[in-house]
Write a protein that binds this ligand. Structure first.
Ligand code: G3I
Length: 301
């Protein structure tokens, strides 16, 4: 096939992009979006600060714009992200203890209920593990409410939207390392105790190398009984950019439970990595070598 989405669909997968509501009036942007992708993720519009700017007062205007764009394309919509230590509204940042816990769980319930039946997969919890060699949780206001905050969030999300796949999502978990092993231990514990978890997202914000055990890492999560998804892929520019994109694509195709790939933006000028040109289209919207390598890998699969 000749587009990313259609090529991924040949093996039952999706190929998605993170998109911004504020860019949907840009015809060059939406032209590529409508042509190439069959999944969308809101880059910021479904986060806590966007959806609950004051406590108990919800604003779905921009989140709904992303949802409606996805629906108009016949695309899957990945929800991102119900709970995260970053991009919390200031009112939540000032809470702690049981007050924060109940506000957080109410947030999960309200947002997942608003989008009930419309989201393919939710990032229920984002980036809750610490970097480095410890393999443990990241300190945050949410973590300080008790180690069970993650399972409480997953249970609330399942109750609100029983048909959405519920994911844990993180970065620097793309190879076998202490952090990814910590996440895997949590997944196995959740599975053993019946805590609802369906998928793990591997952000894959990559530099000039890709871990040699990237595919093996995806596979060990799949073997634990969850789907895996590449959720925020972008790759530093350099001689290896196209090769790294191909390696990641092939790794997903080689893991039967890898259900899709999302790139974190469309054109280089849309990326949060300013000046790094980490995406598949240049700032003028032209296909880069990395685009061709991904397309070829999808079609070889
Ligand atoms: O909304 C304000 C806008 O009113 C203001 O004019 C503008 C001026 O700076 O700032 C706008 O907010 C920015 C927002 O993006 C929307 O553009 C924030 O300052 C900025 O911090 C925010 O950055 C986002 C970042 O998450 C925040 O942590 C990036 O767009 C987004 O790509 C990035 O995405 C994260 C994932 O959610 C989780 N994984 C890592 C990934 C990259 O950091």
């Amino acid at each position: 096939a000749t587009t990313l989405g259609a090529s991924a669909a040949q093996t039952g997968r999706y190929f998605g992009a993170a998109i911004a509501a504020g860019k949907l009036g840009d015809g060059a942007y939406t032209g590529i979006l409508n042509r190439e992708f069959n999944s969308v993720t809101p880059e910021n519009e479904m986060k806590w600060d966007a959806t609950e700017p004051s406590r108990g007062s919800f604003n779905y205007t921009n989140g709904d714009r992303i949802l409606n764009q996805g629906v108009s394309m016949g695309a899957k919509v990945r929800g991102h992200a119900l709970l995260w230590h970053a991009q919390q509204p200031s009112w939540a940042q000032s809470l702690s203890g049981s007050t924060l816990r109940s506000a957080a769980i109410n947030h999960v319930t309200q947002v997942a209920t608003h989008y009930q039946g419309k989201i393919y997969a939710w990032d229920v919890v984002n980036e809750a593990f610490a970097d480095g060699s410890g393999g443990g949780r990241r300190d945050s206001n949410l973590q300080r409410t008790g180690n069970d905050w993650i399972e409480a969030a997953f249970r609330a999300a399942r109750a609100a939207d029983p048909n959405a796949k519920l994911c844990y999502n993180d970065y620097n978990t793309d190879g076998v390392n202490a952090k990814s092993t910590g996440v895997l231990t949590m997944v196995k514990d959740f599975k053993a105790r019946g805590v609802p978890i369906d998928c793990v997202g591997f952000q894959s914000h990559l530099g000039t190398t890709v871990p040699g055990d990237y595919q093996a890492n995806l596979q060990r999560f799949a073997d634990a009984g969850v789907d895996v998804q590449i959720t925020e892929l972008d790759v530093a520019q350099g001689g290896n950019q196209a090769n790294i994109y191909a390696t990641v694509t092939k790794a997903c195709l080689a893991v039967s439970r890898c259900t899709g790939i999302t790139v974190w933006g469309i054109r280089d000028s849309d990326s949060w990595r300013t000046g790094e040109n980490p995406l598949l289209f240049d700032s003028a919207g032209n296909k880069k070598a990395a685009y061709t390598s991904v397309l070829n890998a999808l079609n070889a699969g």
